[in-house]
Design a protein. Structure first.
Length: 516
């Protein structure tokens, strides 16, 4: 076994250890519960639910990918998150390949693999059952294919049709995973500026090749029209973005642009400040100036939409930008290493360079493990930005208390039949409960969302069926509970950190039996 194989195997083992260990320590998040339930519904009735995500404005590829793993693992949440772990493994190799294609030597390639393993942005979302990591992998393949298409030999461009096809397919799959993959398209023509030798005729051939791959990607996306639900795909776009007319002509930009400092905080928090610093250092490097310019267009293209039109923007929406930042960091670090360590420099300069390098990469590792270690031991201590802390830890979207509630329902069902009402209609409740009972005996269990938040009463459709069960309970978040029940009927509650709401279990058996 040669040295390169040993290093690669060691990095892969390291990646799996820190990603698979305590993979389900953080309880299920609302969006995860929805995606898992969609996958389970497709398993039960594929003809009805295969394209069901389109009705909620989501493309279905990630949901389909979850399906086989629901059969492999008994823990449904682990099964779904394992998909993202595998996506992250592929991301390691794809990032390494991009760095190699751009002139990164072996050590730079290994460094890129290490950074993808530990940087908080990568690490967190390779442990969530969310669409963003898979979309990022597809975008990485698009960027790799675009780089391959602009290479030329003997003063002429040689474009293999296979790379046009691969790039187009990757783009199509990216959009099939999540619609914002289209935001990388405006940056792709700028890849013609990557080669040091640039002539109009060559650039024209390259632009045509890139244009063909974009066309192919859009054709693949539009093939979703085979589903009648395609018309619903953009129905919820206004929930997340302001219309173009409102932003450009009605002054909504005054509302969106002030949020940019908040978005920039996402990068400094999850990519670390040395990565941001090293990424932009390429502007001052003659060797990496072209690469830096092209990758900054990717960053501007993808983030610009959210900066200008974003109504609701969370950190995970920017995950694809972790790729250009990681690649630029590695390539610029290589240039600095070549300048101060491989050329003839005085001892004093080498000492200063070594000190600066140690400080920068020590800061990256230190800040990264401030996320990794809590993720493995105490998810409440993970240094999320405020909007993520609310989503994952403190509000209704957090799954804290879900596994305990599932255990309670299961134990009760061994003794008697039990009907479960929950707030809402989908999401953490009731999907967070239902996903754990998929393909299991439900003769003793009935779980139904009330479609209410806050919960003020029990719906007739639930009462009518719950009367047939021995016990009835209500699972609800404390800040959404407005039914008047005696405190003695509170069976359990699981309170979230940072003064967040509690997930409560109420005994409503008497209320159900007494209802007309």
């Amino acid at each position: 076994m040669n040295k390169k194989t040993v290093i690669l195997a060691s990095l892969v083992i390291f990646y799996f250890v820190i990603h698979l260990w305590q993979l389900t320590l953080l309880p299920v998040f609302a969006d995860e519960s929805i995606y898992i339930r969609w996958a389970q519904l497709a398993i039960d009735n594929w003809s009805q639910y295969l394209f069901f995500p389109l009705n909620d404005g989501k493309t279905p590829l990630f949901i389909w990918t979850l399906i086989p793993f629901q059969f492999i693992f008994s823990d449904q949440l682990f099964a779904a998150r394992f998909v993202s772990v595998l996506v992250g493994l592929l991301q390691l190799f794809m990032t390494k390949a991009i760095v190699k294609e751009l002139g990164g030597r072996t050590k730079a390639q290994w460094l890129s693999v290490f950074l993808v393993s530990i940087l908080p942005f990568w690490y967190m979302y390779h442990r969530f059952a969310l669409m963003d990591a898979m979309m990022c992998l597809c975008i990485s393949m698009v960027i790799f294919g675009s780089i391959k298409m602009i290479q030329f030999k003997k003063n002429d461009v040689v474009i293999a049709p296979i790379w046009i096809a691969i790039t187009g397919i990757a783009l199509g799959l990216g959009i099939w995973t999540k619609l914002p993959a289209v935001f990388v398209i405006p940056a792709l023509p700028f890849f013609v500026f990557l080669p040091s030798k640039w002539v109009k005729t060559t650039a024209l051939k390259q632009l045509i090749a890139i244009g063909l791959s974009i066309f192919l990607g859009l054709v693949i996306f539009l093939s979703l029209k085979i589903s009648p639900s395609f018309a619903q795909l953009f129905r919820r776009s206004s929930d997340f973005a302001f219309p173009i007319g409102e932003v450009l002509f009605q002054g909504k930009w005054r509302q969106t642009l002030p949020s940019i400092p908040t978005y920039l905080l996402y990068f400094f928090s999850y990519l670390t400040w040395p990565v941001i610093f090293l990424s932009f250092a390429g502007v001052f490097s003659k060797k990496n100036r072209r690469v830096t310019f092209v990758f900054l267009t990717v960053i501007a293209s993808f983030s610009g939409f959210f900066f200008l039109f974003g109504r609701v923007v969370y950190s995970r929406y920017f995950l694809p930008l972790a790729l250009p930042f990681t690649v630029l960091t590695v390539l610029n670090a290589q240039v600095l290493f070549d300048k101060y360590f491989t050329q003839q420099q005085s001892v004093s300069k080498k000492i200063i360079a070594a000190t600066v390098t140690t400080f920068l990469f020590g800061s990256i590792v230190s800040q990264s493990f401030q996320t990794i270690l809590p993720s493995l031991m105490d998810s409440n201590a993970v240094p999320y930005v405020s909007s993520d802390r609310e989503q994952y830890l403190t509000t209704w979207s957090s799954g804290i208390g879900i596994s305990e509630t599932v255990s309670y329902i299961h134990q009760q069902s061994l003794k008697q039949s039990i009907a479960v009402a929950t707030e809402g209609r989908f999401g953490t409740l009731p999907d967070g409960l239902l996903l754990y009972f998929h393909r299991r005996d439900l003769n003793q269990i009935y779980i139904e969302g009330t479609a209410q938040y806050p919960v003020r009463s029990l719906p007739d459709f639930f009462i009518k069926r719950a009367k047939l069960f021995d016990q009835s309970i209500l699972v609800v978040n404390s800040d959404r509970m407005q039914m008047q029940l005696n405190s003695s009927k509170l069976i359990s509650e699981y309170c979230r950190a940072f003064n967040g709401s509690c997930l409560q279990i109420w005994d409503i058996t008497q209320e159900v039996k007494a209802a007309p």
